[in-house]
Ligand binder design. Structure first.
Ligand SMILES: *Cc1c(COP(=O)(O)O)cnc(C)c1O
Length: 321
C-alpha cells in the first residue's frame, strides 16, 4: 500500500494546531429526512473552506530542502487555494497554473492567499506540462491534487478525526474525485474501525471510480458535465486506486438534482453553506435508504466554496423547505 495508518497519524501531528479540528454535527431534522442518524464532519468549515488544506500543508511540510524553492500546482479549484494558503504559512512562493478562462472569483481568491497565477490555454496546452516546465525552471516542487502519498495521508486525517469523535458508526460516506480523500479515509478506517463500511460517492455523470472498481483497473472517462466541480476528474490515480480497490465497500453516485436537493436541505436544516461536491455524501445518505435506514452514518462534508448565485439556485429544490 502507498501509505499506512502511521502516515495518517504523522499527518495528524503535523496538522495539529494548524488545521482546524472541524466539528462533527448532528441534526434531528436531517436525520428525519434521511431515516438514519447522520454525523457530519464539517470540512466546509476547514481553513480555506475545504479539506484540501490538510493534504497541501502535510505535503509541503514534508518537502525537505527543496521546499525553499517553492511549489507549483495546477488547479482552478480548492487545491489551488489550499496550496496557496499552505505555502504562505511556510513563507515560500506558490505558483498556480490555471486556465485563462478560470472564474475571476477563484483567481482572486487564490491570488489573495499570495500565490502567483500563471494562465494557460485549456484547448491548446497541457496544464501538467505547463506546471512541469515551470518547476523545471525554478526548482519548485509540483504538488499533485490527489495522487501523492503525503497528500493522501493528510486528507485521511479528516476521517481519523471523525472516527475519534464519533462512536459506533456503521458506515462512512466520503466524496470521491481523484480519490485522495477517500483513500486516506479508507486507511484510517481500516486501522481504527475495521468493521465500518466505507463508501465513496461520486457524481453520476462522472462514475469512473465505480467503473474502475468493477473493472479492476483504472477506467478513464471524458471530462464529466456535473455541478460537482471538485469531482470533475477523469480518472483515479495509481496510488488512490490501489488503496480504494483494496478497502472500499462500494462506490455510490449522486445526480446533480440530488446534489442540489441535498445542498438545500443542509442549508435549511443546519444553516450551513455546502458546495455541490461537498454534498455528495449527504445526497447518498438521502437516496440509499436500503443501505442506511436506521444506521449510524458518518458523512464527510468536504467543502463549502460555492458562489452565492449558484448556491441560491439550490434552495428551491430542497424537499420541503
Ligand atoms: C477535491 C475535492 C473533492 C474530491 O477529492 P479527491 O481527493 O480528489 O477525491 C471533494 N470535495 C471537495 C469540496 C473537493 O474540493
Amino acid at each position: 500500500m502507498p501509505i499506512t495508518i502511521d502516515d495518517v497519524t504523522a499527518a495528524a501531528d503535523i496538522l495539529d494546531g494548524v488545521a482546524h479540528r472541524t466539528p462533527v454535527i448532528t441534526s434531528r431534522l436531517l436525520d428525519e429526512a434521511a431515516g438514519a442518524q447522520l454525523f457530519c464532519k464539517c470540512e466546509n468549515l476547514q481553513r480555506m473552506g475545504a479539506f484540501k488544506f490538510r493534504g497541501a500543508y502535510t505535503a509541503i511540510s514534508r518537502l525537505g530542502p527543496q521546499r525553499a524553492r517553492g511549489v507549483v500546482a495546477f488547479s482552478s479549484g480548492n487545491h489551488a487555494q489550499a496550496v496557496a494558503l499552505a505555502a504562505s504559512l511556510f513563507d515560500i512562493p506558490a505558483t498556480i497554473v490555471m486556465p485563462h478562462d478560470a472564474p475571476a472569483a477563484k483567481v482572486a481568491a487564490t491570488r489573495g492567499y499570495g500565490a502567483q497565477i500563471v494562465g494557460y490555454d485549456r484547448y491548446t496546452q497541457d496544464r501538467q506540462q505547463v506546471a512541469a516546465a515551470l518547476a523545471h525552471r525554478t526548482g519548485a516542487a509540483v504538488l499533485p491534487p490527489f495522487d501523492h502519498p503525503d497528500v493522501i495521508a493528510g486528507q485521511g486525517t479528516a476521517t481519523l478525526e471523525l472516527l475519534s469523535d464519533t462512536d459506533d458508526l456503521d458506515a462512512i460516506l466520503i466524496p470521491l474525485g481523484g480519490g485522495g480523500l477517500l483513500a486516506g479515509g479508507l486507511v484510517a478506517a481500516a486501522a481504527r474501525a475495521p468493521g465500518v463500511a466505507v463508501y465513496g460517492v461520486e457524481p453520476a455523470a462522472g462514475d469512473d471510480g465505480r467503473r474502475s472498481l468493477r473493472a479492476g483497473r483504472i477506467v478513464t472517462i471524458a471530462p464529466p458535465r456535473t455541478i460537482a466541480d471538485g469531482a470533475q476528474t477523469t480518472a483515479l490515480g495509481t496510488h488512490t486506486f490501489e488503496i480504494i480497490a483494496e478497502y472500499v465497500t462500494d462506490i455510490l453516485t449522486a445526480t446533480d438534482e440530488q446534489l442540489l436537493a441535498a445542498m438545500g436541505l443542509v442549508a435549511t436544516r443546519t444553516k450551513m453553506v455546502v458546495e455541490p461536491t461537498g454534498a455528495l455524501g449527504v445526497a447518498a445518505a438521502l437516496n440509499n435508504r436500503d443501505l442506511f435506514a436506521g444506521r449510524r452514518v458518518g458523512v464527510i462534508i468536504s467543502g463549502g466554496n460555492v458562489d452565492l448565485d449558484r448556491f441560491a439556485a439550490a434552495a428551491p429544490l430542497s424537499a420541503d423547505a
